[in-house]
Design a protein around this ligand. Structure first.
Ligand code: MN
Length: 344
């Protein structure tokens, strides 16, 4: 009982309903890796990696080749002692964080199945539902306005608006969207696209026009901490770091250097182990937390939904990638009602 006897990695390709365009990337499909752990009594545990070349430098073909290595490293370990498996997988933090995340989650899932207790309860059971935003990707102004209206009227109270490719157009777009969706809240994400000066101009524009932006994500390139700090000190709206924080060490440096109002945790950057460390660090330092995703299917989004409900740590959730996927057999261990993701 409880011991890992086999590990399988399998590539799954998912087509999107429409092109998803952000600063520096445009895609029509996702290629994820499903992890299956088998325990010696036949119990299974599942996880999903959604690798990112843009953020993590990950390449799917290289990751799948890790199967025998990972199997060798974690075989025979007892999933009730999951901290030991987490520690082994921490070694993959730099080379393949999405695989680390998926194996760590699959371990919790196998443990959860063995003791018949959902993962969110193993992680603390803080709440049993969360609310997600939905993302409006970069497009022509009219199309973004149309999409924002449709999404808002479907019950998504918070819209995440992608910006960062053209400051002047971004200002026109956010103004037009806010006029068309009165009562909505917004998160804007520049995906590293602005210079510090542009980012400050954008933040002031949003504020001066009384647009209800609650978080401004990754205004500048990930490694420009001085630029980030300059933006934060001159921005009337809270600044979040996404691409600039992967491990707990990144979070520590950002907090120590007073660079950030919010940290966007993604399991695909941090895995469960560093996510839990970042949560405690941020809470201690009074830094806000949000949770995001890469291109996970419903299986992968399950991981973040259980982390978010279990810890209850996130002021904002951006867990919408499964909604982009066409013709997926829903495999989430949650249900969805509009913008609500429910685990009970
Ligand atoms: Mn982001």
């Amino acid at each position: 009982m409880y011991r890992i006897s086999d590990v399988k990695l399998e590539v799954k390709r998912y087509e999107y309903y429409e092109t998803f365009h952000i600063t520096g990337s445009s895609r029509d499909s996702a290629e994820n890796i499903e992890i299956k752990l088998l325990l010696d009594d036949g119990t299974e545990g599942f996880g999903e990696a959604s690798p990112s070349y843009r953020v993590n430098g990950e390449v799917v073909s290289a990751l799948v080749a890790l199967e025998p290595t990972i199997k060798e490293m974690i075989k025979e370990f007892d999933v009730r002692e999951y901290a030991k498996i987490f520690k082994i997988m921490d070694g993959f933090s730099r080379s393949s964080p999405s695989i680390k995340a998926a194996v760590q989650y699959a371990t919790l899932d196998a443990f959860s199945n063995s003791i018949d207790l959902p993962v969110y309860k193993i992680l603390g059971g803080s709440k049993d539902e969360i609310e997600t935003d939905k993302t409006i990707s970069i497009d022509l102004l009219d199309k973004m306005v149309q999409k924002a209206k449709e999404t808002f009227h479907k019950g998504f109270h918070t819209l995440k608006i992608k910006v960062g490719e053209n400051l002047k157009e971004d200002m026109e777009k956010i103004l037009a969207i806010s006029d068309a969706t009165k009562g909505a809240e917004y998160v804007v994400d520049a995906n590293q696209g602005y210079t510090p000066k542009e980012a400050i101009q954008f933040a002031k524009f949003v504020h001066d026009n009384k647009i209800n932006v609650k978080i401004f994500e990754q205004p500048v390139i990930w490694n420009d901490l001085e630029g980030l700090k300059l933006v934060r000190y001159n921005s009337p709206i809270p600044i979040a770091v996404d691409e600039g924080v992967k491990t707990k060490y990144d979070a520590y440096r950002l907090i120590k250097d007073d660079c950030v109002d919010f940290i966007n945790i993604k399991l695909m950057k941090s895995g469960i182990s560093d996510a839990l460390s970042i949560i405690e660090m941020a809470k201690t330092a009074n830094v806000g937390l949000m949770i995001g995703c890469m291109s996970e299917s419903s299986l992968g989004i399950t991981q973040s939904v259980h982390l978010a409900t279990g810890t209850g740590a996130f002021a904002h959730c951006d867990l919408d990638s499964h909604m982009l996927i066409k013709e997926e057999k829903f495999r989430g261990k949650f249900t969805q009602s509009g913008s609500k993701l429910i685990v009970r």
